[in-house]
Design a binder for this molecule. Structure first.
Ligand code: ATP
Length: 324
């Protein structure tokens, strides 16, 4: 009866009540299940840096930190590029840690600080990548179901949809997705990224999580590998969680050919000189490889059936909240 703002302002005390109790216990189990899954599959945990140089994705969404005589450092918004270096060294690797995005997204799916698990696998293509993801997600859902019936009841989560989360998940080509969405009245045009609304429409049509594959090149990051069957698209997949939850994983096969990667960096007018070490990975022993990132809180929001991602982290950071 206090209202959400009051509860957030008193999050340090609200943590004592039954909903946060249930949520934090499920969070703990989910983290353990992720780690056990990767350990059992023979992956090596590689902790990637949180303080980074300017390498990364879009500069507009990086938090800046003054860094001694070297100027500005940035809080990592992904460990992917470092994980690619580790993947070339060790084969199957993952990281799991806090991630920072200074994007001004005021939605129920965005935090400015969230936990992301990323995996990177050598000699794996986009298909292998999806198979790994569906095994991982179903293992985590199964672990939560096995240990937390009472907590899910406290959260008033209907567990029937979760019981259906078994491999294989559904797959939908991006081009098909656009046609389906247009048929449902969406303004999306071929070439656009899917909006939150579009994701909601698609996931309401599927009982299981669904992979949307092979997006247009122009909607995705420079490091994704061109699709040989249609060079306007890339070998990638986003995994959308059902019941309207939307994207929880972004993944792709990476461009492993030096010339192609360089051409993409130039096309996007990225600062080529800062990618020296990343380009080295393609100069010395480059192999086909694929990887992905999954957001912990988005995954929990779906598994627990909660409205807003901020319930899924002990002390949420959003663009309008840094207290307590
Ligand atoms: P979106 O388009 O939904 O903002 P994104 O395409 O930027 O997400 P990726 O860079 O592919 O996302 O990140 C991988 C995963 O990390 C996402 O699928 C999501 O689960 C999670 N994630 C990304 N941004 C956020 C955020 N601001 N808050 C919480 N989780 C996030």
């Amino acid at each position: 009866e206090h209202g959400i703002d009051f509860l957030l302002e008193n999050r340090h005390l609200w943590l004592r009540s039954s909903r946060p109790h249930a949520m934090m216990r499920i969070r703990d189990t989910a983290i353990m299940a992720f780690r056990r899954f990767f350990h059992d599959e023979g992956f090596l945990l590689i902790d990637t840096p949180i303080l980074t140089g300017s390498i990364g994705e879009s500069a507009g969404t990086l938090f800046e930190v003054p860094y001694f005589d070297l100027g500005t450092a940035y809080l990592a918004q992904t460990g992917q590029l470092y994980l690619e270096a580790a993947c070339a060294a060790y084969g199957r690797v993952y990281n799991f840690g806090p991630t920072f995005r200074a994007e001004k997204s005021k939605t129920r799916r965005h935090l400015t600080e969230f936990w992301m698990l990323e995996a990177e696998v050598a000699y794996a293509d986009n298909e292998d990548n999806m198979r790994l993801q569906e095994r991982m997600v179903s293992a985590v859902v199964a672990a939560v179901l096995a240990g937390h019936r009472d907590d899910l009841a406290t959260l008033e989560r209907d567990t029937a949809p979760l019981e259906k989360v078994t491999v294989p998940f559904d797959r939908l080509d991006y081009g098909e997705a656009v046609k389906v969405l247009q048929g449902k009245g969406s303004a999306i045009q071929w070439g656009d990224d899917l909006g939150g609304e579009d994701e909601t429409i698609l996931t309401k049509m599927h009982e299981k999580p669904v992979f949307v594959t092979n997006y247009p090149k122009k909607a995705k990051a420079f490091y994704m590998k061109e699709n040989p069957a249609n060079p306007d698209t890339v070998l990638c997949a986003d995994l959308l969680a059902p019941e309207g939850y939307g994207e929880i994983i972004g993944g792709s096969q990476r461009e492993d050919v030096l010339e192609k990667l360089l051409a993409r960096i130039r096309e996007e007018k990225l600062p080529e000189d800062t990618y020296g070490w990343y380009l080295d990975l393609r100069k010395f022993g480059s192999v086909p490889h694929s990887g992905y990132g999954i957001g912990l809180e988005r995954t929990l929001a779906w598994i627990c059936g909660v409205q807003h991602i901020r319930e899924c982290i002990p002390f949420p950071r959003t663009i309008s909240r840094i207290y307590p």
